[in-house]
Design a protein around this ligand. Structure first.
Ligand SMILES: O=C(O)COP(=O)(O)O
Ligand SMILES: [Mg+2]
Length: 226
């Protein structure tokens, strides 16, 4: 089966564990004939700059699906779930010390410094009835709406591009990629991915991080899938 687009995670999938870009993966992405969508938990301006520098500008799913844009100078579609996340943050921070990161740039969810007890925070959150979750991608801890994820993001992007979600191959590494991997027509997890991401993937690379993505692209091209 030939797919029409590729949606790919950033941290841990085209970078190493220190978030340094894998140049081989970047070159292979740039050389593809199909559109490449960057799908990330990072904020829009970060992902936009990354897509420009990689040379796959500028279809972006940012903030774990909260922000979606299909062009460099397009107004992004921004979900309005920040209020629930703020409510959760105010409740939790009465009990636990919590510090927001990059909050002036983040429009739809909250990222926290890794210096609090996540299990305690999750247990407290359960008592609120808010439709909000705390996820840890290994790169950042997010308070986010359960209604928004990279799966809803890829659905929105498919609509903007006039494609079906099943037209996409998706590649990722972590819990925040699950819904996107689940929705895509073909799902790939890089070798360093969480077991839950590997579990739903159609293909798991033998190599890790950006080398895994380079391997995945070689595989897709050799099978005539892209
Ligand atoms: O923002 C994060 O937590 C991780 O970013 P990613 O989705 O690009 O891996
Ligand atoms: Mg990742």
């Amino acid at each position: 089966m030939k797919f029409k687009a590729l949606a790919i995670d950033i941290d841990g999938t085209i970078t190493d564990m220190d978030r340094r870009l894998n140049l081989r993966a970047a070159e292979k992405l740039r050389a593809l004939d199909v559109p490449v969508v960057l799908a990330t938990g990072n904020v829009l301006c970060y992902a936009r700059a990354a897509s420009k520098l990689i040379g796959v500008c500028c279809r972006i799913i940012a903030e774990n699906g909260g922000v979606v844009t299909d062009g460099f100078d397009r107004e992004p579609i921004v979900s309005d779930h920040i209020h629930e996340c703020e409510e959760a943050f105010s409740f939790l921070s009465q009990v636990l010390h919590m510090e927001k990161l990059d909050s002036s740039l983040r429009k739809t969810e909250i990222v926290l410094r890794r210096d609090f007890d996540i299990d305690a925070a999750r247990a407290l959150l359960e008592t609120t009835g808010l439709d909000v979750e705390i996820i840890d991608t290994h790169f950042a801890i997010h308070i986010k709406s359960r209604k928004i994820n990279k799966g809803t993001g890829i659905a929105k992007m498919a609509e903007l591009m006039g494609l079906e979600v099943s037209d996409f191959v998706a590649i990722g590494d972590s819990v925040n990629d699950i819904e996107m991997l689940d929705a895509a027509g073909f799902a790939i997890a890089v070798g360093n991915a969480d077991n839950v991401a590997k579990g739903i993937a159609d293909y798991v690379t033998s190599t890790t991080y950006g080398d895994g993505t380079a391997e995945a692209i070689d595989y897709l091209l050799s099978e005539g899938m892209l």
